[in-house]
Write a protein that binds this ligand. Structure first.
Ligand SMILES: NC(=O)c1ccc[n+]([C@@H]2O[C@H](COP(=O)([O-])OP(=O)(O)OC[C@H]3O[C@@H](n4cnc5c(N)ncnc54)[C@H](OP(=O)(O)O)[C@@H]3O)[C@@H](O)[C@H]2O)c1
Length: 336
């Protein structure tokens, strides 16, 4: 089978297509023929060696993917040959609280990921694909969409009528936009591009802010909310956005700490957390139980994740370069 692996040294330039033996399922395992895989910012960091410089190589990258079960091992009854499935990003987080064991079981590093024609997974580590989704759409769910779901619904307990601030128009934020609107929330979204903000409006965004033109967008959010601030911030920027997020959040609101698009280390005004009773909640994707809950909501509302670009498997390295440039809206997907 054809796979892409990073070998020898980190870097997109070291992402090479090679042949590997087609996998056979062991007891309790399934083999999935991949239909599509999607890119997350994490995958780029992983290939560049910035996510985990000690990640052993070779590594097959990509956290997200969807396909069809083509073989099952002894004792598998959860799924059958012919089922359409998605991989669970945290293979060993089925339910309950997150754990160190879970963190060590993620696809696309440390475990081999989805940029392979076939992938062998634990039968417990796949989730049935909702019927209304193509493989390309389903490939957007396991990491980006589930992260948004965990933040807003599992941890955030979002209620209709609440307000949500989203940063930028990448995979997590656009999935969050669709989910938040379906739940009856008001959505304010930022972007560096007026064109992307316009596109976000067509998906239901209520208010938009260009964060390049309005660097103090935290204050702009307060103005949009009668000085109150938002109930939830989906914080994907990190170091350079956290202070603005703490301005934008309301008293008793939540900042869901998710991403590091704008850096990892920062100095923070601790007083703005404690004096506003802000809940800063770390989010690491989500469990299988959350994934299945999200799929019920996606089915109920017939939500289709936004696939911005589809790139053929053989051109996978180009997809990483594209993601790095940040021109996308929603998700970049690789089709097999
Ligand atoms: N904790 C978790 O479980 C988890 C899960 C998934 C992702 N993440 C993290 O979340 C972040 C987003 O991931 P993703 O896959 O959605 O990324 P992505 O699709 O690559 O998002 C890229 C977009 O983010 C926006 N952006 C970049 N810098 C920004 C800034 N300073 N302020 C506001 N927006 C900015 C830009 O949008 P515009 O072009 O519109 O400006 C850019 O196009 C990454 O750091 C990723 O590692 C964490």
């Amino acid at each position: 089978m054809r796979v892409f692996e990073v070998n020898g040294a980190f870097g997109v330039e070291n992402l090479k297509q090679v042949e590997r033996q087609e996998p056979k399922p062991g007891p309790g395992q399934v083999v999935v023929r991949m239909g599509a895989a999607s890119l997350n910012y994490r995958d780029l960091l992983m290939v560049q060696g910035h996510y985990n410089p000690r990640q052993p190589l070779p590594l097959i990258p990509l956290s997200d993917g969807a396909g069809e079960v083509v073989a099952v091992g002894a004792g598998v009854s959860r799924v059958a040959v012919g089922d359409r499935v998605m991989g669970l990003f945290v293979q060993k987080w089925l339910d309950g609280p997150f754990s160190a064991e879970g963190r060590a079981s993620t696809l696309g590093g440390p475990l081999d990921g989805m940029l392979a024609e076939y992938q062998v997974l634990d039968a417990e580590g796949v989730v049935i694909t909702p019927d209304h989704l193509s493989d390309a759409e389903a490939a957007c769910l396991p990491c980006a969409a589930l992260t948004a779901w965990n933040a807003l619904f599992a941890q955030g307990r979002l209620q209709a009528g609440q307000s949500v601030l989203l940063q930028g128009t990448g995979g997590v934020s656009i999935n969050a936009l669709q989910l938040a609107k379906a739940a009856g929330a008001r959505v304010i979204i930022t972007s560096s591009s007026d064109e992307k903000l316009q596109r976000a409006k067509t998906l239901g965004a209520d208010d938009t802010i260009n964060y390049k033109e309005v660097p103090k967008w935290g204050k702009a959010v307060l103005e949009l909310t009668d000085g109150l601030g938002v109930d939830h911030v989906v914080e994907v920027g990190g170091a350079e956005t956290l202070a603005q997020s703490l301005t934008a959040v309301r008293f008793g609101g939540a900042v869901h700490a998710i991403g590091v698009l704008a850096g990892v280390m920062t100095k923070l005004p601790v007083t703005s957390i404690l004096m506003k009773h802000v809940r800063v909640q770390g989010i690491f994707v989500g469990s299988r139980a959350m994934f299945e809950g999200m799929n019920r909501a996606l089915t109920q509302h017939e939500i289709h994740p936004v696939v911005d670009k589809e790139i053929p498997f053989s051109e996978a390295p180009e997809a990483f370069t594209m993601l790095g440039k940040g021109g996308h809206f929603g998700k970049i997907v690789i089709t097999f």
